[in-house]
Design a binder for this molecule. Structure first.
Ligand SMILES: NC(=O)c1ccc[n+]([C@@H]2O[C@H](COP(=O)([O-])OP(=O)(O)OC[C@H]3O[C@@H](n4cnc5c(N)ncnc54)[C@H](OP(=O)(O)O)[C@@H]3O)[C@@H](O)[C@H]2O)c1
Length: 363
């Protein structure tokens, strides 16, 4: 189980709001295959381990897995993979050793029941408290009525996200940018604030890696995005959703819809330019978006912190210095007054991408 925990941890920051899971398959007490849930929407740990088993032409009698195997089928309860409990039965596994039972009340013990009903010997609760620790983000996600939000930014060593002119290409190097494309491919949506859409004119598509295109979302209360911006021009190729105020000019809104942009009307919170982000994000969840990559800028990210809507942060730090007071920083707004009030990250991981450092953690 300790080895399965290590495997599960490889998915940290990549799988949420899904659970991190590790799985070992054994034959006569020896490990013959390993699997883990690698990224959000990817294959489950058990399926990965069974794939390896088949590839190697081996047989297994025992599975060790950090979380109760899932029991519901593809498309049920938002799940993207076929049920693992059934796959283990079909593969001829006789004994399943489980760490944590599923914290989701809709599925709790259903996988264990399925295995036992099929005549398998099930032992659960092995290193249960260690396994339960893994599932804190998953338990948090179960309580949310909005998508899981991952805020990512690139900044200079002195904490700036653009030059004072607003120009930000490029702060990080090619390896960090490739990682960003991988993150996009593993999210349902990519979101930016109106000013980032205006200044950077990003495409927000997946280009440097193979993968599915996420929905591109712009927080644009008054529908001010340029008609000839990349996000509008390519709206027929990859979906672009604009989150605008309910009071946005209907002619403008209709024009954008004609250009292929989907305009979602959201109530305002503090004056005509401020959308009620709680309602906005709930609407995105209702439309089936479960993991969103937020790519700035600082105005939007500050608002998201204010709405308590940041779950995960990934900052690329580039060995460059811009200096000065005028250049923007990753989180704008008023911020916090005292260090004791600072937002604290947990389970922090640091990696290097070329010359850039990536620091990631849960908020
Ligand atoms: N290095 C990086 O990773 C990175 C990433 C993205 C952007 N950038 C840079 O950051 C700069 C843009 O950042 P920014 O902070 O100026 O703009 P931004 O965050 O892209 O957009 C801010 C806009 O969003 C609006 N907004 C925020 N919360 C809102 C809410 N609840 N309802 C409606 N609208 C809301 C703001 O409205 P108000 O005006 O009313 O506040 C503002 O118009 C650019 O220079 C860009 O190059 C860098």
């Amino acid at each position: 189980m300790l080895e399965a925990l290590d495997l599960a941890d490889r998915g940290r920051f990549e799988v949420e709001p899904n659970p991190r899971v590790g799985c070992l398959l054994l034959r006569d007490g020896a490990v013959v295959a390993r699997g883990w849930h690698e990224y959000f929407g990817g294959r489950h740990a058990e399926a990965m381990a069974l794939d390896e088993l088949r590839r190697e032409g081996l047989q297994a009698d025992t599975a060790v897995v950090t979380l109760e195997p899932c029991s519901s089928g593809q498309g049920v309860g938002g799940k993207k993979q076929p049920p693992c409990a059934q796959a283990l039965v079909k593969a001829g596994i006789r004994r399943v050793v489980i760490g944590a039972v599923d914290p989701d009340p809709r599925h709790r013990r259903a996988g264990i029941d399925l295995l036992e009903d099929a005549g398998l010997d099930v032992l659960d609760g092995v290193l249960a408290s260690r396994c339960d620790e893994l599932y804190a983000p998953f338990r948090k996600a179960l309580q949310l009525d909005r998508p899981w939000m991952l805020c990512k930014w690139a900044m200079t060593l002195d904490g700036k996200t653009a030059a004072p002119t607003g120009e930000a290409r490029w702060i990080s190097g090619p390896q960090a940018r490739k990682k960003t494309h991988e993150l996009r491919a593993h999210c349902d949506g990519v979101m930016v604030g109106f000013r980032t859409a205006q200044i950077d004119d990003p495409e927000l598509t997946v280009r440097h890696v193979e993968g599915k295109q996420p929905v591109r979302i712009v927080i644009d209360p008054l529908g001010e995005i340029d008609d000839d911006s990349n996000l509008v021009r390519t709206a027929h190729v990859a979906p672009t959703w604009l989150l605008a105020s309910e009071d946005v000019d209907p002619v403008r809104s209709g024009h954008l819809q004609d250009l292929g942009v989907q305009v979602l009307h959201i109530p305002t919170a503090e004056g005509p330019r401020r959308l009620h982000l709680g309602r906005a994000f709930k609407e995105l969840r209702r439309r089936g978006l479960r993991r969103i990559l937020v790519e700035g800028g600082g105005g939007l990210v500050a608002q998201m912190f204010a709405w308590n809507a940041v779950d995960q942060v990934l900052a690329f730090v580039a060995p460059k210095i811009i200096g000065g007071q005028a250049a923007p920083t990753p989180v704008g707004g008023d911020g916090r007054s005292f260090m004791a009030e600072a937002w604290q990250l947990s389970e922090v991981r640091m990696e290097t991408y070329g010359e850039d450092m990536a620091i990631a953690g849960f908020v």
